[in-house]
Design a protein around this ligand. Structure first.
Ligand code: FAD
Length: 393
């Protein structure tokens, strides 16, 4: 069965500028083009479909209902479903390697593990098929002059800078948005950012010799350890993408593990059942970056009919609810419905958009922080309802 596609409602073809061709920016470009507009997308990175950097493994994200609905709206959910792995339950690994499971829902309900890079590539392929969208890679926005509606763009390969004007600018350039940076200098713009005392590091559980999954494939795995945790999401190639959420400082922290021996001894003690499945642990631990976790809130998200922020640019949240991308995709669904309601009355669309979305994304930000405690600690509580013991092999 094919996905339903939102009917287009364009009465005017306007030239629109999308800054940032990540997950939200590329989906947004599709929606805007389907409304009949001409769209220029500027992306700082090179085209990840053509770069020689084919990732051996990609970082995975949990795609859930909000995200699926947004993909259905442009008719691409079926294509993504082909490369998504349903996770029907979360499986907790205790320190002795005993497993318990909690279903995510009923009747086969699931969240889905998808490759971030794969999803972005699929979206860019679809964007490229839209005659009304022009993609510009290696273009880093260095400055936005909100008064003259001018962008300064640096070509990251040639070093050449160009200036361009815009009529309507959509800032989808992520948590450290240059578009938002310009808005932050305007009067009565509220902004806050809050970093957790925790960072994260990507690690890998390898596939078995025949490419088989060495843990239950249809599950999100969690090693809850009170003050920290590791999680693992399945990849299509039999491996799992693991993320260690760990304090920066303290007795068990990134700063306390300084040598390969210390890392191995620590994993032996606290993640003993995972360790044999992680042959490149020490190398990955020291080569992969330690990244920070931030919540960003701001308001307003728009300026008249000129600029609007979507996705992480307006509401970056910590990943423990698995909703950052899903919420950014939902931004596109809501903007789409407002375009159907108001047509290209951008001032009205942007105003309604921020008013409808802000309370929801604020709630999501709070839930995401709360869910960290839940995942790293409370899911290990034996009194937890609905837990089911799994026989260890
Ligand atoms: P980004 O993905 O950050 O894209 C922004 C784009 O803009 C990038 O392509 C960037 O190169 C480009 N850009 C930036 N600056 C400029 C500039 N100056 N000029 C031009 N281009 C620029 N969400 C989920 O829903 N489920 C999950 O399971 C999940 N897990 C996560 C796990 C981790 C560890 C983290 C950190 C996040 C997770 N998220 C998850 C959140 C998700 O990654 C983000 O919410 C999502 O990527 C936001 O998409 P975006 O397009 O708004 O921003």
């Amino acid at each position: 069965m094919s996905d339903s596609v939102t009917p287009t409602s364009a009465v005017v073809n306007e030239a629109l500028t999308v800054m940032g061709g990540g997950l939200v920016g590329s989906l947004l470009a599709l929606y805007l083009a389907r409304h009949g507009h001409t769209v220029d997308v500027f992306e700082r990175r090179e085209d990840l479909r053509r770069s020689g950097l084919v990732e051996a493994r990609s970082i995975n994200l949990a795609l859930s209902d909000r995200g699926w609905r947004a993909l259905e709206g442009v008719g691409i959910a079926d294509a993504v479903r082909q490369v998504a792995i349903p996770m029907h339950q979360r499986i907790m690994h205790d320190a002795r390697g005993q497993l318990t499971a909690q279903p995510y829902g009923q009747h086969n309900q699931a969240i889905y593990s998808v490759s971030r890079a794969g999803l972005n590539r699929t979206l860019l392929d679809l964007v490229e098929q839209e005659p009304r969208v022009r993609l510009h890679f290696n273009q880093q926005c260095r400055r936005v002059d909100l008064r003259t509606r001018t962008l300064e763009l640096l070509h990251t390969e040639t070093g050449v800078t160009q200036t361009r004007t815009y009529e309507h600018l959509f800032g989808t350039d992520g948590a450290f948005s240059a578009v938002r940076g310009a808005m932050q200098k305007t009067e009565r713009f509220n902004f806050s950012q809050h970093y957790l005392d925790y960072g994260y590091k990507e690690l890998t559980i390898e596939a078995g010799p025949a490419g088989e999954w060495r843990l239950e494939k249809h599950a999100l795995h969690i090693w809850p350890r009170g003050q920290y945790m590791m999680i693992a999401l399945p990849n299509l190639d039999g491996s799992f993408n693991c993320t260690l959420f760990f304090p920066y400082e303290g007795p068990a922290s990134f700063s306390s593990l300084q040598t390969p021996e210390q890392v191995r001894a620590f994993f032996q003690e606290v993640f003993a059942d995972a360790l044999p499945l992680m042959p490149n642990l020490e190398q990955e631990f020291f080569e992969n970056p330690t990244s920070s976790l931030v919540t960003i809130r701001c308001y307003p998200w728009s300026m008249a009919d000129e600029v609007v922020l979507l996705g992480d640019a307006s509401h970056a949240i910590v990943p423990f609810y698995g909703q950052g991308m899903n919420a950014g995709f939902e931004d596109c669904t809501i903007l789409d419905s407002l375009l159907q309601e108001f047509g290209p009355d951008w001032g009205a669309v942007f105003r309604e958009f921020q008013q409808r979305r802000k309370p929801n994304t604020d709630a999501m930000a709070d839930l995401a922080v709360y869910n960290f405690e839940e995942m790293r600690d409370r899911v290990a509580d034996p009194r937890f309802l609905l837990q089911k013991k799994i026989e260890s092999k």
